[in-house]
Ligand binder design. Sequence first.
Ligand code: FCB
Length: 417
Amino acid sequence: MLKFPDGFLLGTATSSYQIEGDNVWSDWWYWAERGKLPHAGKACNSWELYERDIELMAELGYRAYRFSIEWGRVFPEEGKPNEEALMRYQGIIDLLNEAGITPMLTLHHFTLPTWFALKGGFEKEGNLEHWRSYVELIRDNIEGVELVATFNEPMVYVVASYVEGMWPPFRKNPLKAEKVAANLIKAHAIAYEILHGKFRVGIVKNRPHFVPATDSERDRKAAEEIDYTFNRSLLDGILTGEFRGFMRTFEVPVSGLDWLGMNYYNIMKVKAVRNPLKRFAVEDANVGRKTDMGWSVYPGGVYEGLKAFSEYGLPLYVTENGIATLDDEWRIEFIVQHLQFVHKALAEGIDGRGYFYWSLIDNYEWAEGFRPRFGLIEVDYETFERKPRRSAHIYGEISKKGEISDELLERYGLGEV
Ligand code: FCB
């Protein structure tokens, strides 16, 4: 049996745009209307069904819930906050607390208010004043939550939106990309100053496990380089005031982090390329069976990631970890095996404080639309009926007891890790 320490949070995660529905004020909606993205429409209709979602969490025995505030919903127009929306978010926090579920709040989870995006979003430093107003609004109106993340996966946002051009505003411009990254660090600094003290302020980093494609010196260097650029440069920027971008180095304000979140999903292999603009090619590591996202599964990566991030000396949370599959037995195996490695990290003295499965419910998976099913709970997108899968109950058992039983370990585990 594997026992997690008292107070270790076992919960689930979602984000506003992916579950709420009708976020008509957000840039993703704007671009969906113009045919560039799948439409989120009513999504899981969680804006109306949030009480049901929380009831389910409580019934299933989950101890924590990470969710986000939709900036465009609380600021649908420049300078005009929507009080009712703010009250709803406060209501969600209150309900969670009443149910004994620890809330964790994210302020930016990929989407922007359309008006802010059309002004150039985070490309323009001058726009950070609007971010400041948003953060102040949160400080003045939200309470009952301790853990607040400024940004979800800032590097994923930068790369998908400004390097690969797959997400709004669909740019392929590395120079602009690193400037946006530097501005996100500045935005974090603004938020940290406003929020730290009232909340414990952290950031959520996506951390793929990168391995060199071959044993060659060049591939090994390339893997190290991307590990720095993608996994660490932004954190170092926040903590040291020097941000090493893709091409240039930026001076940014030295700021702080009260905790660090890690989203871990997959393992990728890195190959060196002879192209000064690109330098490396990254692809799925192709080990074993692939999930419905086309990702390879490597449970040991959650341990490697926690170990690498422990060097920052901060309390760590696995803020997302999950699998897109219709094979729910595989989901159970995925959870048990990743938790085995989280447990290993804790046993070695790493300061891990929680684990959030992505996701509580099936939801809108960005440019992939509704096809990938990450949920512990199945959603019928016609009726919005929620049906807990077997994995939802099994994870509930783990969460309620704070332990993984011998029976589960025998059936789904990896033996000694
Ligand atoms: C992460 C995102 C989250 C979800 C999962 C599958 O990168 O933070 O919104 O889409 O991937």
